[in-house]
Design a protein around this ligand. Structure first.
Ligand code: ATP
Ligand code: MG
Length: 677
C-alpha cells in the first residue's frame, strides 16, 4: 500500500484519504483524477478494511471501465478485488433492474431496445394515424429521451409541452412506455430511469442497495445527467460519503442531457462537501498543456484552474494543411509510418482523433494502403457486423420471444421462404390480438388469415425455437446455442451470401467469437452470483453490444482511430487531430445552434489526450454532398498561441495529377522499403 500512496502528490493523497465526507475532486485533464479513484479503491480495501463488494466505481464508457479495472488489477490481488463493481452508469442500472426485475413489473430476460429498435417502435405507434416522416420520428425520439434523462414522466411532459412537436412527443411518450412494458423491454434511458423510480417508490429496495454500496466513486462527473445524479444521490443518501471527480472543461455530452451544473448542485445538496483541486499534469508536455489552456480560456469557467507540467516544454505543435481530405488522410498515414520507424515507436502509441465517425473511412483506406494495423473504437463495431446482428437476434428471441424486432430480423435468415406478404398478415393478426409475432404463430386463429402451408412454415420455425428455448434451460445452454447455429446451418447460408469463401469463413469465425464471449460472460457472472443463468448472460451481452460497440478486448499493437467523444479519459504519446475546419470542428450544427463552447471543450479533450506530440491537420477542399467545396480553417486554430504552432503545407501545388500520383507511389514504396529493412 505504501508504494501506491508514495506515488501520489499531496493533494491526491489527501483526496484518497478523505473518506468521511462527500468529496469532489475538480481538476483539469491529465491531473490524475482517475488515478485518485483507482488508488482510493485500493486504499479503502487495504487500509480501511472495506470489502470490495461494498465498493462501486462508475465511469462513462466501457473502454474507460475496462481501463479502470486493469489499473485496479495491478494494485490488488484477484482475491482482494473479488466482488468489486467497476462499471458504467448503464451497466450499473442494468444490474439493478436485473436484480429487482419483479419489483419493476418486468419479467426476467427482458430485452433492451437499442436506438434503432426504439425508433422502429415509435414509427409503428405514430404510423397508426398517419404517414409520418423520418425526421419527425427522430425528433420525437430525441424529446422522449431527454424527458427520460430529466426524469420527466409522461403526465408532466404533457403539461410542460410548449409547441406542436413537444405536444406530439408527449402524446406518444405514454404509449411508447406502455408498449415497451408489454414487450417486456426497456430502452437505453430506462436503464437509469427505472432504478431511480423504483428507489423513489420503494424505500425498502433502496435501503438494500444502500447497505450493499458503502462507497461510491464516480469518474467524469461533469457528464452526468439529471437521472444519473439522482441515482447517485439516492444510493449515497444513507452514509452521505462518496468521491466524485470531474472537469467542467471536458463536459461534452450536453446534447445527451448531461448537466455540468451538477457540479454546483453537489455543493448545494451536500453542504459539507469537500473540494480538492489538482493542478499538476502528469500526462503532457508543457507546450501541449499551454495550447490546451489557451484554447479553453475562450470559454467561461465554473472554476478557474491552472495546470502545469514537469515533463519539459516539448516539440512544437504541427499544423498540416493538405490539399484535400484524401491528401490529409494519406499524410497522416505517411507520418505515422515515418515516425514509427524514426522513433522506434509502437503502433499503439498513435491515435487519430476526429469529430464524426464518417471521417474514419478515408483514414482506414490510407492506413491499409501503407499496411498499418489499426483499430476503430466507437465506430463500425464488431456488433454492427451483419452476422453478429443475426445471431444476437436469435439470442434476443431466446430470452424474450416477445421481441418483435428480433423476430423480424431473423425469421428469414437463413431463408425460410416466409415473405413480406405472410409477415404483413401475421403482423395484422398479432396487432388485432395484442400479442407478439412469436406468440401469434402459436394461435389457432391465425389459420383464418393465412393459408395452411404458410402457417405451417411459421410453426415449423416457432416449434424449433421453442425446443431451443427448452434446451437452453438445461445444464449446458452454451452447447444448446452452438447446436442451434449448426442446426439451422448458418454456415451454409454465409457461404451462399459472401463474396468469397474466405469472407464467409471469417464471418463464421466471428460467430464463435461471440459465443465464446457469451460463455465467458456467463462464467464471470456466476462467480459473483450462482443464481445467474443464460438469460442474464445474454441480456448482459446484448447490453454490451449496445454500449460497448466494438471494444473487443484487443491489446494488440495497433494505431487507434477514435471519435473525440470516445477518446475521453484516454492518453496516447502521439495524437493526430484531423479535420480542423469550420463546419467540422466546430461542427456545422453547433455553429447554427450557437453551441460553440461544447465544441471547444471537445477540441480541448482531443488536445489533452496527447502526451508527447500533437499534430493538427486540415484540408483545403473537401467533398461535401458530392461536391468539392473549399474549407475554412477552424476558428479554434486562431485561438491557439501561434508561436507554439508550426504550420506546414501552405504552398500551391504545381504538379500535374500524374506527377502527384507518381510521387505518392514513390513515397509509399520508400517507406515500405524502410520498414522492411
Ligand atoms: P482526464 O481528465 O483526461 O480523465 P485524469 O485527471 O483522469 O485525466 P489520469 O488519467 O488519472 O488523469 O492521469 C494522467 C496520467 O498521469 C496517467 O498516465 C497517470 O498514470 C499519471 N499520473 C497520475 N498521477 C500521477 C502521479 N502522482 N505521479 C506520476 N504519474 C501520475
Ligand atoms: Mg480520467
Amino acid at each position: 500500500m505504501q508504494k501506491i500512496l508514495a506515488r501520489l502528490n499531496d493533494r491526491q493523497l489527501e483526496a484518497v484519504q478523505q473518506v468521511d465526507s462527500p468529496l469532489l475532486v475538480l481538476a483539469g485533464a491529465g491531473s490524475g483524477k482517475t488515478s485518485v479513484i483507482t488508488s482510493k479503491i485500493a486504499y479503502l480495501i487495504r487500509s480501511r478494511g472495506m470489502a470490495a463488494r461494498n465498493i462501486c466505481a462508475v465511469t462513462f464508457t466501457n473502454k474507460a471501465a475496462r481501463e479502470m479495472r486493469e489499473r485496479v488489477g495491478k494494485m490488488l490481488s484477484r482475491e482482494e478485488a473479488k466482488g468489486l463493481t467497476v462499471s458504467t452508469f448503464h451497466s450499473l442500472g442494468l444490474d439493478i433492474i436485473r436484480r429487482e426485475v419483479k419489483h419493476l413489473g418486468y419479467k426476467s430476460g427482458f430485452s433492451l431496445f437499442d436506438t434503432e429498435d426504439s425508433r422502429a417502435l415509435l414509427r409503428d405507434l405514430m404510423h397508426k394515424d398517419a404517414q409520418v416522416d423520418a425526421d419527425v420520428v427522430n425528433q420525437v425520439q430525441h424529446l422522449i429521451s431527454n424527458w427520460k434523462n430529466d426524469l420527466v414522466e409522461p403526465d408532466t411532459a404533457a403539461a410542460v409541452a410548449e409547441n406542436p412537436s413537444e405536444r406530439l412527443a408527449a402524446q406518444v411518450y405514454e404509449h411508447y412506455n406502455r408498449h415497451l412494458q408489454a414487450y417486456n423491454a426497456v430502452d437505453f434511458d430506462d436503464l437509469i430511469r427505472l432504478p431511480v423510480l423504483l428507489f423513489q417508490q420503494q424505500p425498502e429496495v433502496l435501503e438494500k442497495w444502500q447497505h450493499r454500496m458503502h462507497y461510491l466513486l464516480i469518474d467524469e462527473y461533469q457528464d452526468t445527467n439529471i437521472s444519473q445524479y439522482r441515482l447517485v444521490k439516492l444510493l449515497t443518501n444513507l452514509r452521505r460519503t462518496f468521491t466524485v471527480v470531474g472537469d467542467d472543461d471536458q463536459s461534452i455530452y450536453a446534447w445527451r442531457g448531461a448537466r455540468p451544473e451538477n457540479l454546483i448542485q453537489l455543493g448545494e445538496d451536500f453542504p459539507n462537501l469537500k473540494i480538492i483541486k489538482l493542478e499538476q499534469n502528469y500526462r503532457s508536455t508543457g507546450r501541449i498543456l499551454k495550447v490546451a489552456n489557451h484554447l479553453i480560456a475562450h470559454n467561461p469557467h465554473l472554476h478557474e484552474k491552472s495546470l502545469w507540467s514537469q515533463l519539459g516544454y516539448g516539440d512544437p505543435i504541427r499544423v498540416i494543411e493538405c490539399a484535400s481530405e484524401e491528401a490529409e488522410a494519406e499524410r497522416i498515414a505517411a507520418e505515422i509510418m515515418t515516425r514509427k520507424i524514426k522513433e522506434q515507436a509502437s503502433w499503439k502509441d498513435f491515435a487519430v482523433l476526429y469529430r464524426g465517425n464518417f471521417q474514419s473511412r478515408i483514414v482506414e483506406i490510407k492506413l491499409q494502403a501503407f499496411q498499418i494495423p489499426y483499430k476503430i473504437s466507437g465506430g463500425t463495431s464488431f456488433f454492427a457486423r451483419n452476422e453478429i446482428k443475426d445471431i444476437m437476434g436469435y439470442l434476443r428471441l431466446l430470452i424474450n420471444p416477445a421481441d418483435d424486432n428480433a423476430f423480424l430480423r431473423i425469421i428469414n435468415i437463413p431463408r425460410r421462404e416466409i415473405g413480406p406478404a405472410i409477415l404483413e398478415k401475421l403482423a395484422t393478426y398479432a396487432r388485432d390480438r395484442g400479442v407478439s409475432l412469436f406468440a401469434a404463430c402459436h394461435e389457432m386463429g391465425l389459420e383464418q388469415y393465412l393459408k395452411e402451408h404458410q402457417v405451417e412454415k411459421l410453426r415449423r420455425f416457432t416449434h424449433w425455437m421453442d425446443s431451443i428455448i427448452r434446451r437452453c434451460e438445461s445444464d449446458d445452454p452454451i452447447a444448446a446455442i452452438g447446436e442451434m447455429i449448426r442446426d439451422m446451418d448458418y454456415e451454409a447460408w454465409l457461404y451462399q451470401n459472401a463474396s468469397t469463401p474466405t469472407v464467409a469463413e471469417r464471418r463464421y469465425a466471428n460467430i464463435w467469437t461471440l459465443i465464446d464471449s457469451l460463455s465467458d460472460t456467463l462464467k464471470r457472472m456466476q462467480e459473483d452470483d450462482d443464481q445467474v443463468g443464460i438469460r442474464e448472460a445474454i441480456a448482459r451481452l446484448v447490453l454490451r453490444d449496445l454500449l460497448e460497440q466494438q471494444e473487443e478486448e484487443d491489446d494488440s499493437d495497433k494505431v487507434q482511430l477514435l471519435t473525440l467523444h470516445a477518446s475521453k479519459g484516454l492518453e496516447f504519446p502521439q495524437v493526430f487531430l484531423m479535420g480542423m475546419e469550420e463546419e467540422l470542428l466546430p461542427h456545422r450544427n453547433a455553429i447554427e445552434s450557437d453551441t460553440i463552447e461544447e465544441e471547444r471543450r471537445l477540441a480541448y479533450v482531443g488536445i489533452t489526450r496527447a502526451q508527447q506530440q500533437l499534430t493538427l491537420t486540415l484540408a483545403k477542399q473537401r467533398k461535401t454532398y458530392g461536391e468539392m467545396l473549399n474549407c475554412t480553417p477552424s476558428r479554434f486554430l486562431d485561438e491557439l498561441p501561434q508561436d507554439d504552432l508550426k504550420w506546414e503545407g501552405r504552398v500551391t501545388d504545381t504538379q500535374s495529377p500524374e506527377e502527384r500520383k507518381q510521387r505518392k507511389q514513390d513515397r509509399i514504396n520508400a517507406l515500405r522499403a524502410m520498414l522492411n529493412n
